[in-house]
Ligand binder design. Structure first.
Ligand SMILES: *[C@@H]1O[C@H](CO)[C@@H](O)[C@H](O)[C@H]1NC(C)=O
Ligand SMILES: *[C@@H]1O[C@H](CO)[C@@H](O)[C@H](O)[C@H]1NC(C)=O
Ligand SMILES: *[C@@H]1O[C@H](CO)[C@@H](O)[C@H](O)[C@H]1NC(C)=O
Ligand SMILES: *[C@@H]1O[C@H](CO)[C@@H](O)[C@H](O)[C@H]1NC(C)=O
Ligand SMILES: *[C@@H]1O[C@H](CO)[C@@H](O)[C@H](O)[C@H]1NC(C)=O
Ligand SMILES: *[C@@H]1O[C@H](CO)[C@@H](O)[C@H](O)[C@H]1NC(C)=O
Ligand SMILES: *[C@@H]1O[C@H](CO)[C@@H](O)[C@H](O)[C@H]1NC(C)=O
Length: 635
């Protein structure tokens, strides 16, 4: 395998040409044409003409800080993998129609280059839909600005958006294809399309044609589906593969693949090493023995395999997705996945067991597996109250509110993620407690209710909690709506956010609203200075409120885990970076991974800001731990 991906991508070539010795050592002589293909005669893949199987692992670059990409890739290679599989999250790269972001953590070519430097081949899954338990399965929420769009079908509006995105993405990827000198050996079309209700072959044919037109005829294109879902997921010309976990019957799963691909390599494109967590559920784990045993069975029959996940990472910011299982289930901030490399990138016993299985089938690369990175523990750090969120509306929504008769959705006011505040006035005196409610489960996803600035409580999607108000006519009713992440897998992913039905007070529908789309992240960018100048010196918080502190580290900027005992639910920023959601009260996740590269070492001041949405503890303190707490029992 050596020399295979060593040339890396096109950008590496000039560098290597300037290093003739390295070039001589690495180039096969005479240079054979680079090729990757499906060989039906030998039921195998062919790499440069020789039978080949990949042992791959999934890593999602948007879930790992860029500075840690080389570390994670190096550990994957050292574990014995020869390939890395990755999704391209469309919504991460095209935040607004026609506006593209490939900088920093979105620098896909840089990621491909780093993988090449580790001698890893790449299996690319560009979507357009990726699931991945990522916000809206990777689809940009701006697609929903046309409310009746039918996602993942040949709806002309959907196809037009997909076409224009792929005309940007695929030409960027094309020079990285293996036969063009890069490391991408295969490209997946759509993602588990057989699990989607639409079963629109016109759509799949359109995508296949687009991939061929932009990537050429030589690249191996494939699909992935659950063994029972292949009929709507496969298409002539796209190699059909399956996905299944250690508890599934491998023989039966591969038999299903064989129905669609009578010859060619057996492939499990998603072999589940662990599982994800939902807020309010138990932490998921999958045993080391079952994962390594079933992996051995897969390798024994000569199949290619990709382990999903090999390194899960973190749903930073607002990027978590959600599932729908008769109710809405948002995914936690941690995407540790109980994967072989932990959320903090440390080798686990599962990784060692997997490495040992791989070593029975192919040679491991030379060199030791790096040890766990150092972690730090310190605190408590005491935060100060900056003020209630309502005191900052002028800076959080500098353009002022939108006036509407009935409430509009996030999508209608182009608020993609985060928070939107709805304000109206009480139409009448409420002398008796009067119920505030929404028809047809119309809260997406949580509403924090204040009357004249005083916190009244919460309304939540799929919960029949009653909220009763008393107050004078004309009182200011504020309803802060939180988007907890759009559904990433299920029948219908048109998961509009906000108040999707009107609020009702007693029997009267509330009208005449002011909508404040809040840009909290912009405020964090300019740091606490805005808080200091705008500070209202609220002595007592009521409902959503900001807290912050500046703190020094006890030493070098090592990884740590932010622990928030007694806090309820909210969002955290460290040095302007949106670390994600916490929900101590619901669990199971109790600590947030803080990657060392986000922090400044001793001598410099780091800043942390919390938006606590409900109740802070009596002493507003936080702690930094040297190990994660992901498995608290929930109630
Ligand atoms: C898996 O399925 C095959 C074929 O149906 C069956 O013969 C075998 O016993 C099953 N294996 C297990 C472990 O259940
Ligand atoms: C969570 O774990 C507890 C304790 O192990 C168990 O009693 C409970 O049934 C589990 N809940 C779910 C939803 O699996
Ligand atoms: C401070 O609070 C007062 C009363 O709650 C409010 O009228 C004012 O707008 C707030 N000031 C700022 C700068 O938000
Ligand atoms: C509400 O009550 C106040 C006095 O309690 C009264 O002056 C006012 O007219 C009432 N307003 C409405 C709209 O009923
Ligand atoms: C999906 O749900 C949205 C909002 O509830 C609805 O408008 C739309 O018609 C649904 N789409 C499908 C395909 O069922
Ligand atoms: C944190 O805030 C302090 C002032 O409170 C400022 O001096 C410092 O530069 C900030 N640090 C970062 C990393 O933004
Ligand atoms: C949670 O995980 C820690 C560390 O892995 C372990 O020591 C502890 O026993 C676990 N607790 C529960 C309740 O599973």
């Amino acid at each position: 395998m050596s020399g295979r991906a060593a040339l890396g991508g096109p950008r590496l070539r000039p560098l290597l040409l300037r290093l003739p010795l390295l070039l001589l050592l690495r180039l096969p002589a005479p240079a054979a044409p680079r090729s990757f293909a499906v060989d039906r005669a030998r039921d195998a893949f062919l790499l440069d003409g020789a039978p080949f199987r990949y042992v791959s692992g999934s890593l999602h670059y948007a879930r790992v800080p860029r500075r840690l990409w080389p570390d994670r890739l190096h550990k994957m290679r050292t574990a014995g993998l020869n390939a890395v599989q990755l999704y391209v999250p469309w919504n991460y790269h095209e935040p607004q129609p026609g506006v593209y972001n490939f900088r920093g953590n979105g620098d896909l070519p840089a990621f491909l280059r780093m993988a090449a430097q580790e001698d890893l081949l790449v299996i690319l899954r560009p979507g357009p839909y990726i699931c991945a338990e990522w916000e809206m399965g990777g689809l940009p929420s701006w697609l929903l600005r046309k409310p009746d769009i039918v996602l993942r079908t040949s709806d002309p509006d959907f196809l037009a958006a997909v076409d224009s995105w792929f005309h940007v993405l695929l030409p960027m990827v094309q020079p990285w294809l293996y036969h063009n000198g890069g490391n991408i050996i295969s490209v997946q079309v759509e993602n588990e399309y057989g699990s989607y209700f639409a079963c629109d072959f016109r759509y799949m044919r359109h995508l296949a044609g687009l991939f061929r037109a932009l990537l050429g005829d030589e690249i191996v294109l494939f699909t992935t589906d659950g063994p029972e879902e292949l009929s709507c997921g496969t298409l002539q010309g796209l190699y059909a593969t399956v996905d299944f976990g250690p508890a599934d019957n491998m023989t039966e799963s591969f038999a299903m693949q064989r129905k669609y691909e009578p010859r060619g390599p057996l492939v499990n494109s998603e072999y589940y090493t662990g599982w994800l967590d939902y807020w309010g559920w138990n932490h998921s784990t999958v045993g080391v023995k079952s994962v390594s045993k079933a992996l051995e069975d897969i390798l024994e029959v000569g199949a290619s395999v990709n382990m999903y996940m090999f390194h899960g990472g973190t749903n930073f910011g607002y990027w978590n997705g959600a599932d729908w299982k008769n109710k809405y289930l948002p995914v936690t901030t941690s995407y540790d996945y109980d994967a072989p490399l932990s959320e903090a990138g440390d080798p686990t016993p599962k990784l060692l067991a997997i490495q040992s299985v791989i070593s029975k089938f192919q040679e491991l690369p030379l060199g030791p597996l790096p040890p766990p990175s150092p972690k730090m523990k310190f605190g408590p750090v005491t935060l100060k109250l900056d003020g209630n969120l309502l005191d900052f509306l002028n800076v959080l929504c500098p353009d002022g509110p939108i006036h509407t008769h009935k409430p509009l959705t996030f999508e209608a006011v182009k608020q993609d993620y985060g928070f939107l505040l709805y304000r109206t006035r009480l139409p009448q005196n409420l002398t008796e407690p009067t119920q505030l409610w929404v028809e047809n489960n119309g809260i997406r996803d949580r509403a924090y209710v204040m009357l004249d600035g005083v916190f009244q409580g919460i309304l939540e999607r799929d919960k029949e909690e009653a909220l009763f108000l008393t107050g004078p006519a004309g009182g200011t009713l504020d309803v802060l709506l939180e988007n907890m992440g759009r559904i990433s897998f299920g029948y219908n992913m048109s998961d509009f956010k906000g108040l999707v039905q009107p609020l009702v007070l007693g029997k009267s529908v509330l009208t005449d609203w002011l909508l404040f789309p809040l840009n909290i992240d912009a405020l964090m960018d300019v740091e606490n200075r805005v808080f200091e100048t705008q500070k209202n010196n609220s002595e007592s918080p009521s409902g959503p409120a900001f807290y912050s502190a500046a703190f020094q580290l006890p030493g070098p900027a090592w990884d740590t885990f932010l622990y928030l005992p007694g806090w309820t639910k909210g969002q955290v920023w460290i040095n302007g970076f949106n670390l994600g959601r916490y929900w101590t009260k619901r669990g199971p996740q109790q600590s947030l991974y803080v990657p060392g590269p986000l922090l400044l070492p001793t001598g410099a001041l780091n800043n942390i800001t919390l938006l606590e949405l409900e109740h802070a503890p009596p002493r507003p303190q936080i702690h930094f731990l040297d190990r994660p707490l992901l498995n608290a029992t929930t109630h």
